[in-house]
Write a protein that binds this ligand. Structure first.
Ligand code: ARG
Length: 280
C-alpha cells in the first residue's frame, strides 16, 4: 500500500495569475489604525515607490498579469490593494472599511472593476476589508474577524460566492487582518501562525488543514505570512528567513522582498496584491 505523498514530496506547479495593484504615489503614515503605524516615524516615500515597483516587476517577470488602479490623493493606504475587494469566479465582492480614514477606498475599487468589464458585483452591507480578511483555498473561503471584518460579512460573502466560508477569530492586534497570520500556498495547502488565532479557530484549522505549515513567532513578527504564492513561487518579506527554509523543504521557491517602507503602514507583499480570480 502506498501512502499519500507528504507535502514535501508533492510536485509544485506555477499557475499564472492576474493581480491588481496600486502605486503608492500618495503613501504616507499620518494616522494609526494598527499597531505598526506610527505617524511620528519618518517614511521614505521615494523608497516606498521603488520597493513597490520591484514587486510589480517581479510579478511580471514571473509571468503574471498586473493591472493597475489609479491612486487617489488623500487615501494613503490605497496601496494595500488586497483590501479593496475579493474576487472569486469573476464575482466581485466590494469592500466596506471599518475606519473612516479608508472608507472612500471601497467605492474607488468597485468603480475600477465596473470600468474594467466586471458585471457581477456586490456592494456589501457589512464591514469586510477584502482579501485582508478573505483568503481563498480550493475548497473554502477562510475569513478573519476580531479586529476589522464583521462576522456577518462572512455570511454575506458565503451567499454571494456560493462557497463555504470558514470564520476564524484573530486575537493578536499585530495580526489584525487574516492575511498577516495565514497564507494560502497552493490548493488547500496553507501556512499560519497558530498564536494569532483564538483556541476554537486554532482547533478548526488543525482539523481542516492537518498538513499546514506552522510559522514561528519570529517569522510572523516580520510579516512573513503576508505572502503571495502562485503554486511554486512564494513572494514574502526577505526577513522571514526561517520560513523561507521551511518553504524550500516543501518544494516551493521562496523569493524574499524588502518592503520596509510599506511595513510602516502595517502591510507587505500580500497587502499590496489583490488577486483577480477568473470565471471557471
Ligand atoms: N494601514 C492599513 C490598515 O491598517 C494596512 C492594511 C494592510 N493590508 C492588509 N491586507 N493586511 O488598514
Amino acid at each position: 500500500m502506498t501512502s499519500a505523498p507528504t507535502p514535501s514530496a508533492r510536485p509544485r506547479e506555477q499557475r499564472p495569475r492576474r493581480y491588481l495593484m496600486c502605486r503608492p504615489s500618495h503613501f504616507e503614515v499620518v494616522y494609526a489604525i494598527n499597531p505598526w503605524m506610527d505617524p511620528g516615524k519618518p517614511v521614505d516615500a521615494g523608497l516606498a515607490v521603488l520597493q513597490w515597483e520591484r514587486l510589480r516587476d517581479l510579478y511580471r517577470e514571473l509571468g503574471h498579469t498586473v493591472e493597475l488602479i489609479e491612486p487617489v490623493p488623500g487615501l494613503p493606504d490605497m496601496v494595500y490593494a488586497a483590501n479593496g475587494a475579493t474576487v472569486v469566479d469573476g464575482r466581485v465582492l466590494g469592500a466596506r472599511f471599518r475606519n473612516a480614514e479608508r472608507l472612500a477606498e471601497g467605492p474607488a475599487y468597485l468603480d475600477w472593476f465596473r470600468e474594467n468589464g466586471f458585471t457581477t458585483l456586490h456592494d456589501p452591507e457589512y464591514v469586510n476589508e477584502g482579501e485582508g480578511d478573505f483568503l481563498v483555498t480550493a475548497g473554502h473561503v477562510l475569513a478573519g474577524h476580531g479586529f476589522r471584518s464583521d462576522e456577518r460579512g462572512h455570511r454575506e460573502a458565503e451567499a454571494f460566492f456560493g462557497r463555504p466560508v470558514i470564520s476564524l477569530e484573530l486575537v493578536d492586534p499585530r495580526y489584525y487582518h487574516l492575511d498577516t497570520a495565514l497564507a494560502v500556498l497552493d490548493g488547500d495547502e496553507i501556512m499560519y501562525h497558530p498564536e494569532a488565532f483564538a483556541p476554537g479557530s486554532r482547533a478548526l484549522l488543525e482539523t481542516l488543514f492537518p498538513d499546514a505549515l506552522l510559522v514561528s513567532a519570529q517569522d510572523a513578527a516580520v510579516f512573513g505570512l503576508n505572502a503571495v504564492s502562485d503554486g511554486l513561487n512564494v513572494v514574502l518579506p526577505e526577513a522571514a528567513e526561517g520560513l523561507a527554509g521551511q518553504l524550500r523543504e516543501r518544494g516551493f521557491h521562496p523569493i524574499g522582498m524588502d518592503l520596509s517602507e510599506l511595513l510602516k503602514g502595517g502591510g507587505s507583499v500580500k497587502c499590496c496584491t489583490l488577486e483577480i480570480r477568473p470565471r471557471p
